[in-house]
Structures are given as C-alpha cells and as structure tokens.
Ligand binder design. Structure first.
Ligand code: ATP
Length: 214
C-alpha cells in the first residue's frame, strides 16, 4: 500500500480547534499515515506575524500533545529563510521517496491565493493539493485558478493511486474559527475559551501574546 502523508502548513498564530479538528478529521476520514503541521517561519503572502515562529511552533506542539496521529514539523523554522511551500515539498519528497503520496492541505481561503505562490505550478509535480471548503469562501467560476482547478480536479481516491498531481476538494467539516478572531478577542480582553486548546490558551496568557498595545 502506498503511504499517504498530509502536510498542513500555516502561520498558526495561534493554532486553534479549526486546524486541529480538521487535521484529525482528515486522518480519520482519508486515512493518512501521517499528518504533519508545518508552521511557517517567514510567510510570503502576508505580513510577518508579531509572534515569532518558535512561539507559534510551541503552541502547535502544545495543541497536539497527547495525539500521536498529529506531528509538528519544524523544517521551515530550521531552514530559517522565507517559507516557500515548494521548498518544503521538495525536502519531503526527498525524504519519503518518489512513490509516497504527499498531500498539501489548505483551506479554500488559502487556495484562492494559489496563483501568487512562489513557483506554484511546480507544486503538483511534488504533491496533491487537498482543498478544504471553508465557510464564507467560494472558488471563482472563471480565471487562471478556475482553469487550473478544472484541469487537475480528481476524487479523493486518487490520493492512494498516485504520489502527486491532483487537486481534490473535500467538503469536510470546517469549524468557523480563525486565528484573527482569537487575536482580536484576546486584544479586547475577552475570553477565547472553547476556540482553542486550554494548553495553548495558558501559553498565550503566560507569554502575554496578542495583548492590545497602548
Ligand atoms: P488568520 O486568521 O491569521 O488568517 P487562520 O485561522 O486562517 O489564520 P492559518 O494558520 O493561516 O490560520 O491557516 C493554516 C491553514 O489552515 C490554511 O490552509 C487555512 O486555510 C486552514 N484553516 C485555518 N482555519 C481553519 C478552519 N477553521 N477550518 C479549516 N481550515 C482552516
């Protein structure tokens, strides 16, 4: 059987139950052998977060603690340069070999910006793209992304049949939680309870992250 590895990249500023439940649902429903959460070091499509990558990775570690089906992968921190998904996939392909099925997981919000990613057309040579519907986002009917999507779209079964090359859309539950909302609630002095793991909430309080500045 071909090994199936999933990669969920993000800023994780902070990691929340939307990410974690998605990761677990994917393991259970698609049957990934590994689910790797990869915090980015220096993002390319957004401002560099105020919270550094070591703290963001620490929060991922705290969030997944006790769940052996999820792993924190710090390769983008170790590389220490701008975090390009194409470089991460090249490294993973090298480590896992040509036969292994690699899936780069992203929410539809992230997928909508795909054509602005560094060397984005090479991504499918290295992995499948697994796109998760997210409340409030829609794929455009026309344009470069719509054409790319239509050309490469396949059912989820393809993940076991080929090592890379397809775009799969999964209508898997996406909790309507965002890191933006968590940062805003924290800055406003309001509770973030039930949106993210308690261990991560404690870390945020201890480190005084996301507080409003005078
Ligand atoms: P922000 O609000 O700061 O933009 P975010 O909550 O979208 O952050 P990211 O770290 O940017 O979190 O997301 C990492 C990946 O997880 C992206 O592909 C994003 O689409 C996906 N994702 C984020 N939140 C959810 C969610 N609630 N359900 C499903 N996927 C999510």
């Amino acid at each position: 059987m071909r090994k199936k590895i999933a990669i969920l990249g993000g800023t994780f500023n902070p990691v929340h139950n939307g990410h974690l439940r998605l990761a677990l649902d994917l393991v259970q429903q698609v049957g990934f052998d590994e689910m790797r959460l990869v915090p980015c070091h220096i993002p390319t499509h957004r401002a560099t977060p105020d919270v550094d990558s070591v703290c963001r990775a620490k929060m991922v570690e705290l969030g997944i603690a006790g769940n052996p089906s999820l792993q924190m992968d710090d390769r983008e921190l170790v590389r220490g340069s701008t975090s390009y998904s194409v470089d991460t996939l090249i490294q993973l392909r090298d480590e896992y070999g040509a036969d292994c099925s690699l899936s780069l997981v992203m929410g539809l919000d992230a997928y909508l910006g795909l054509t602005r990613w560094h060397r984005w057309r090479e991504l499918l040579q290295l992995a499948h793209l697994l796109v998760i519907d997210r409340p409030g986002y829609q794929l455009p009917a026309v344009g470069e992304l719509a054409e790319f999507d239509a050309r490469h779209r396949a059912d989820v079964e393809v993940l076991a049949l080929a090592p890379a090359g397809a775009v799969t859309h999964l209508n898997i539950r996406a909790l309507d939680i965002s890191a933006t909302e968590i940062r805003a609630l924290t800055a406003a002095g309001q509770s973030t309870r039930y949106l993210l793991p308690e261990s991560v909430r404690r870390y945020i309080a201890e480190q005084q992250l996301y507080r409003a500045r005078d």
